[in-house]
Write a protein that binds this ligand. Structure first.
Ligand code: AKG
Ligand code: FE2
Length: 375
């Protein structure tokens, strides 16, 4: 039996590469771990070493009643951990479960059905869906023990029912209810992201909409389901190597299984999943945009022997000519500009270059290229 893992991360891919992957899938066997998925001995995670942490909690039901307290908490969480838990975010529990179950159905399809979506990443205008995994072109580290299904919806302000319809229907099992669920989920995530980015602005003494307006109007939204099959040798692989997200903000829905780890001061911590909450992390663009005040958190994913894990990442990013320049209010003699002026497109080019040529073969991270962007 072949295992349900494959290897890809590029939105652009050639037909040839698609068939290489098909071959590769045929070769994989459930009773072992292919050599190119094995993490080098010295980088293997050892479970016994890790402490579990309960992340700082941002309770959005306090937006009106204790805004000042929430703003303070946001600043603390975003500038120390770079990751926090969000509760009372407005996305109903039943809807979260539904989107999770539907995503699971995608991965449980036959490989043949999934592979049909492998090359969809090339769809024009940045809207469409595709099946993916690690990047086998960038031979920078062992392959992830994971597969993903990604939906690109484009800019929030242009998102309308026809786009949701088009993107969701690329997965042939998508039905009307799934489309409605995705539409409701996107609305909920957008509202939560708006509130969070308002807190972000206020926490730095800026106008409420400074970050929120570009984030949930002209910014982009991508939804990505990550599936980590149970692994016969979990200590030999990683579901995701250590990385920071190159984008702005990631709103993550985890299932009960656990496996996400975050780094702080050189140590890895297990992030406990908590039902009905989102795990939200600051990503590279927000770090740059906040003049380095918000921390883009380094994270990775461990897998286990017993149960598969599913997570759903709503990935928000600035795009094209949107500026990542920090506002003048954050710059003075004591707080000089940390990074050069750049827009999202220029940033994205640096990320792509760093990922294909970086010196650290284990980490895909802003820490690999932030230095090159210094003012
Ligand atoms: O599955 C997770 O917990 C994290 C996924 C992740 O890091 C990502 O999609 O960038
Ligand atoms: Fe990530």
């Amino acid at each position: 039996m072949t295992i349900k893992v494959l290897a890809f991360q590029k939105t652009e891919m050639s037909k040839e590469l698609g068939s290489v992957l098909t071959e590769k899938l045929r070769d994989l066997r459930i009773d072992g771990v292919p050599e190119d998925m094995k993490v080098p001995e010295e980088d293997r995670p050892v479970e016994a070493e890790f402490e579990s942490i309960d992340l700082p909690l941002i309770d959005l039901s306090l937006m009106n009643s204790d805004r000042a307290g929430l703003v303070k908490k946001f600043r603390e969480a975003a500038s120390t951990w770079g990751i926090f838990r969000v509760t009372n975010h407005g996305v109903p529990s039943g809807l979260m479960k539904e989107v999770q179950e539907e995503g699971l159905k995608f991965f449980l399809q036959s490989e043949e059905a999934k592979l049909k979506l492998l090359t969809r990443g090339k769809l024009g205008a940045g809207k469409g869906s595709y099946y993916t995994g690690n990047n086998i072109e960038e031979k920078r580290h062992s392959l992830h023990w994971a597969e993903s299904y990604v939906m690109w919806f484009g800019q929030w302000c242009a998102l309308d029912p026809t786009i949701i319809d088009r993107v969701t229907s690329e997965w042939k099992t998508a039905d009307d209810r799934f489309r409605t669920a995705m539409s409701e989920y996107l609305t909920g995530v957008r509202a939560a992201a708006k509130q969070l980015s308002q807190l972000a602005s206020e926490s730095l003494g800026l106008k409420t909409d400074f970050f929120s307006s570009p984030t949930v109007e002209t910014g982009n939204i991508v939804i990505r389901w990550n599936y980590y099959p149970a692994c016969p040798l979990p200590d030999d692989v990683l579901g995701a190597h250590s990385h920071t997200d190159p984008t702005l903000l990631t709103v993550l829905q985890q299932d009960k299984v656990g496996g996400l780890q975050v780094e702080r001061d050189g140590r890895w911590y297990n992030v406990k999943p908590v039902e009905d909450t989102f795990t939200v992390n600051i990503s590279d663009q927000f770090h740059i945009w906040s003049n380095g005040i918000f921390k883009s958190v380094l994270h990775r994913v461990l897998v286990n022997k017993e149960v598969p894990r599913l997570s759903i990442a709503s990935i928000l990013s600035l795009t094209g000519s949107q500026s990542l320049c920090p506002p003048s209010e954050l710059i003075d003699e004591n707080h000089p500009r940390v990074y050069k002026d750049m827009n999202a497109q220029e940033h994205s080019e640096v990320v792509i270059k760093s990922r294909s040529s970086g010196s650290d073969t284990k980490v895909f991270s802003g820490f690999n290229y932030f230095d090159t962007l210094k003012a």
